[in-house]
Design a protein around this ligand. Structure first.
Ligand code: ATP
Length: 229
């Protein structure tokens, strides 16, 4: 089991009320699986993914990534664990604006000693067809190119777990297809992908689709209804 979530919950307190953003979610994703969770805005998708990625501590429940609970590690260990075991792809790319493409893809190497990091990063960049953009900054790239840089960075440490939050949200259909193909290929190569989205097209690439509503998973029949509503 590459990824296991057990009764994960998180609430936020605003001045007026307490919002239960994620409410007791349990699921597993195995090697070779691409799972999509689909739901409307505000239903808890990003909160869930941040907790899975070791970036937001849950109020209760457990996250196990290859058997390790990142929240049982020290801050430094958790940062290193995230960098080496989990790849992230976000809607907004989160590239470092003043780094060029090569240096952006190399950022995961900052926390670790990776032999021949530059050669490895260059290979990944070429894999995504961006060898002619090595020394460009993000501002000089198209949105599709930015997401391909983010993918290359996510794959730098050859993680087994790839987390994607609305990865096609800013992309046209051609670039969406490139990104979704890369996620599918990652699962085919033995990794696991957990993607959250509200995009009907994007979920078609996944092997399994669940719904999420008010912080709770809904069974797949309901997910079908959610998708067409
Ligand atoms: N830091 C926070 N402080 C207070 N409330 C928050 C915080 N983060 C999320 N929430 C609330 O938790 C709920 C779930 O938010 P979340 O961002 O996880 O939803 P989402 O499904 O990812 O939405 P979207 O698709 O619009 O990004 C929402 O009601 C949101 O307002």
């Amino acid at each position: 089991m590459l990824l296991e979530l057990i009764e994960l919950s998180k609430s936020f307190k605003s001045s007026a009320e307490q919002v239960r953003a994620v409410d007791g979610i349990s699921l597993t994703v195995d090697a070779g699986e691409f799972l999509a969770i689909k739901g409307p805005s505000g239903c808890g998708k990003s909160t869930l993914l941040l907790m899975v990625g070791g970036l937001l501590s849950p109020d209760s429940g457990r996250v196990l990534i290859e058997g390790t609970n990142p929240y049982e590690l020290s801050n430094d260990e958790r940062a290193r664990f995230r960098s080496t075991h989990i790849g992230f792809v976000f809607q907004q790319f989160h590239l470092v604006p003043y780094f060029n493409v090569l240096d952006n893809v190399l950022t995961p190497a900052l926390a670790t000693r990776f032999p021949q990091a530059k050669e490895h990063a260059t290979e990944l960049i070429s894999h995504f067809g961006l060898e002619h953009r090595l020394h460009h900054t993000p501002a000089e790239l198209s949105t599709g190119e930015k997401q391909r840089v983010a993918l290359a960075r996510a794959l730098f440490h050859q993680p087994k777990v790839l987390l994607a939050d609305e990865p096609t949200g800013n992309l046209d259909s051609e670039n969406s297809e490139i990104v979704l193909d890369a996620l599918s290929q990652f699962a085919k190569n033995g990794g696991c992908v957990l993607m959250v989205t509200h995009d009907d097209q994007a979920v078609k690439s996944a092997q399994k689709v669940l719904g999420i509503k008010e912080g709770r998973l809904t069974p797949s029949e309901e997910a079908e209804t959610l998708m067409t509503s």
